[in-house]
Design a protein. Structure first.
Length: 277
């Protein structure tokens, strides 16, 4: 059970400062950081109601939303961290605010294999193309998570990123896996090729995926996934898909509400509106 916020409520009612920085060495966290990191939705609500700043940063540059997204690692994290992240975003937290290493909440959500959190952040305007100080994009983080979180439907995360304008697989990856992919035998499932269909990316960060993702054993175990990536590399995107990405990027977090109001045929509105659940 979550800790009772009664003591917190009492302290705040008597004037405790919700934005005070703790004295824990170099971290210097506010109470909101701590509550967000531990998934304490009731405490987060109390701090925000009493004036806590959802954009406050620790000494390392982390926001409470960064802390919550980094801590949402477990399979059942949605129940605990979902209300926390939703409340922080509703209070004005920046979904693209990056910490000291330029690691944004979306990087953490993708690295943890949490498609529900990726969906939430993208809905509020998170940038799917932002790179951290190592040059990794959220897509890089999502692909690295395939091996560890293969039971969390990583294809859902990849589909969400592509639907919001993330770049496709870098063609240089093809050279490392093409031979093994041909030897894999069966054709890949259609769902992953359809998601990864796109133009050639220009960034170099995909090269960093080769060492951790492409040893012989994982490659054979997930051969359908990697074969799909190879087969789809370099194929141009359809104009229809590019138009959808441009419209969604323009509407940003208003996309879910604005698309149904457009004077378009129902089938076209369904295509334009993000529908991953």
């Amino acid at each position: 059970a979550a800790p009772d916020p009664a003591c917190t409520r009492l302290l705040l009612d008597f004037g405790a400062n919700p934005n005070v920085l703790g004295g824990d060495g170099c971290r210097r966290l506010t109470p909101l950081h701590v509550a967000a990191r531990h998934g304490l939705a009731a405490h987060v609500e109390l701090y925000l109601r009493h004036g806590a700043d959802p954009s406050c940063r620790s000494r390392q540059g982390e926001t409470p939303l960064n802390a919550a997204c980094a801590a949402a690692e477990h399979r059942d994290a949605a129940e605990r961290y979902g209300p926390v992240c939703e409340r922080l975003l509703a209070a004005g937290a920046d979904p693209s605010a990056a910490g000291r290493k330029h690691h944004a909440p979306l990087h953490n959500a993708c690295a943890n294999g949490q498609a529900w959190l990726v969906r939430l952040l993208l809905r509020h305007g998170a940038d799917p193309t932002a790179a951290n100080c190592a040059g990794d994009t959220p897509m890089d983080c999502a692909l690295r998570a395939v091996e560890e979180y293969r039971d969390r439907r990583p294809e859902d995360t990849i589909a969400l990123l592509l639907d919001h304008g993330a770049g496709p697989v870098h063609p240089k990856v093809s050279d490392r896996v093409r031979g093994a992919a041909r030897a894999a035998g069966p054709r890949p499932s259609r769902s992953v090729p359809q998601m990864l269909r796109g133009g050639r990316g220009e960034g170099g960060s995909w090269m960093s995926l080769c060492p951790p993702l492409l040893p012989p054993s994982p490659l054979q175990e997930h051969r359908e996934f990697y074969t799909s990536a190879v087969l789809m590399a370099g194929q141009p995107r359809r104009l229809q898909h590019l138009a959808r990405c441009a419209l969604r990027r323009s509407l940003g977090p208003r996309c879910h509400d604005a698309v149904p109001a457009l004077a378009l045929p129902p089938a076209l509105r369904r295509y334009l509106r993000p529908s991953h659940r």
